[in-house]
Write a protein that binds this ligand. Structure first.
Ligand code: SF4
Ligand code: SF4
Length: 357
């Protein structure tokens, strides 16, 4: 059976009043917030954007959704878990600061921002899952403890997973740093030494010091590598390149983690994807990050697989080609969709329901 995906077109993501109005119409028409019960504590999972990134979902749009949850009787809070790579979102204190700097204040959003400190064991939880790769997922406890979950997702490209949507927001985003490492840990890039010109850019961006320069060439210590792919993104000659087979495996693990994050809340979860400001790389990327597609619109659904497939199709239709494959030819992002479907999270078959402007 097809899942319903509601869609409202957005011509200019920077036109905040118009987008807020369209978003309200989408929430009204789709009634996706009907899953929220009275006094439900609702974890609103979002990405606050790495320092230097501009693609993240605007706080004004998060406010519209949080207001809708409050009006439905819920008690929302905005949240994200810390990152594996070293940046402004590696620990709870810095993560909160960058969220504020990007406009996610209580005044702007109407709700608290909660970043769990996952160095404290009580803030994490092990969730058993019957996956091919993951049998025990390590998730930030606040997602497991919440009564309901709303995922606000920026839909964009990604160097390891082809594209990032709701499944990535949940799978990688709700995992603790240990859980993120579990998903990445066999994804060291491949090194093509003949291409290396010894510029050192890779060593500069490596968050764990896994790259050193030896005799004018980079040398990668795979034992230290956490598979973040920062080095791949800055290498000017493709001397470091994503391992395609490992990229596939990350997607499969990520889908299994997403199933763990949703466990017990499958009927109490709602997904809202913003296919606007569609960058080549994800919102963890603070360096140059070109737009690869025009603004498309916003989708809402109860099905995380359908909503990602709908966004993937809408973007590619607008571009007249598979822009994600063109941008990251080594990755097939649809692997995550099919695996999530196999896991029973939803279906790639959907009915797109346009909402009037
Ligand atoms: S993928 Fe590259 S930048 Fe990331 S940890 Fe491994 S060597 Fe360092
Ligand atoms: S960024 Fe690429 S070319 Fe530059 S040192 Fe690293 S591997 Fe070599």
């Amino acid at each position: 059976m097809k899942s319903k995906v509601y869609f409202v077109a957005v011509k200019d993501a920077g036109d905040i009043p118009t987008v807020c109005d369209s978003l309200r119409k989408l929430l009204d028409a789709s009634r996706v917030l009907d899953v929220i019960g009275k006094d439900d504590r609702v974890a609103v999972k979002i990405h606050f954007g790495e320092e230097g990134n501009t693609g993240f979902v605007n706080p004004a749009y998060a406010r519209v959704i949080c207001d809708g949850i409050s009006q439905a009787g819920g008690r929302p809070f905005l949240s994200d878990a810390n990152t594996l790579y070293k940046g402004r979102r590696t620990n709870a204190k810095d993560h909160l600061e960058i969220a504020r700097a990007h406009g996610f204040t209580r005044k702007a959003t109407g709700v608290d921002v909660v970043i769990p400190d996952d160095t404290i064991k009580e803030n994490t939880v092990d969730i058993p899952i019957d996956g091919t790769y993951i049998t025990m997922a390590k998730i930030a406890r606040l997602y497991a403890d919440a009564d309901a979950l709303a995922a606000i997702t920026h839909f964009k490209g990604h160097m390891i997973t082809g594209f990032g949507g709701a499944i990535k927001n949940l799978g990688m985003g709700c995992a603790t740093r240990e859980g993120k490492l579990m998903q990445h840990n066999d994804n060291a890039p491949v090194f093509y030494g003949d291409n290396c010109i010894g510029c050192g850019a890779c060593a500069e961006v490596c968050p764990v010091g896994a790259i050193s320069m030896v005799d004018g060439k980079s040398r990668l210590d795979k034992a230290q590598c956490i598979g973040c792919a920062n080095c791949v993104g800055v290498c000017p000659t493709m001397a470091l390149f994503v391992d395609m087979a490992a990229g596939d495996k990350v997607q499969l693990k990520m889908a299994e983690y997403a199933a763990a994050a949703l466990k017990g809340k499958e009927k109490r979860s709602v997904f809202i994807n913003f296919a606007v400001n569609i960058n080549k790389e994800c919102d963890c990327w603070g360096l140059e990050n070109p737009r690869i597609a025009p603004d498309i619109g916003i989708c809402a659904s109860f099905d995380p697989v359908s909503i990602d497939k709908a966004c993937f199709d809408l973007v590619n239709k607008a571009c007249g080609k598979d822009v994600f494959k063109q941008t990251h030819p080594e990755q097939d992002g649809t692997r995550q969709l099919l695996h999530a479907q196999e896991l029973g999270m939803g279906t790639v078959e959907y009915e797109l329901i346009p909402v009037g402007q």
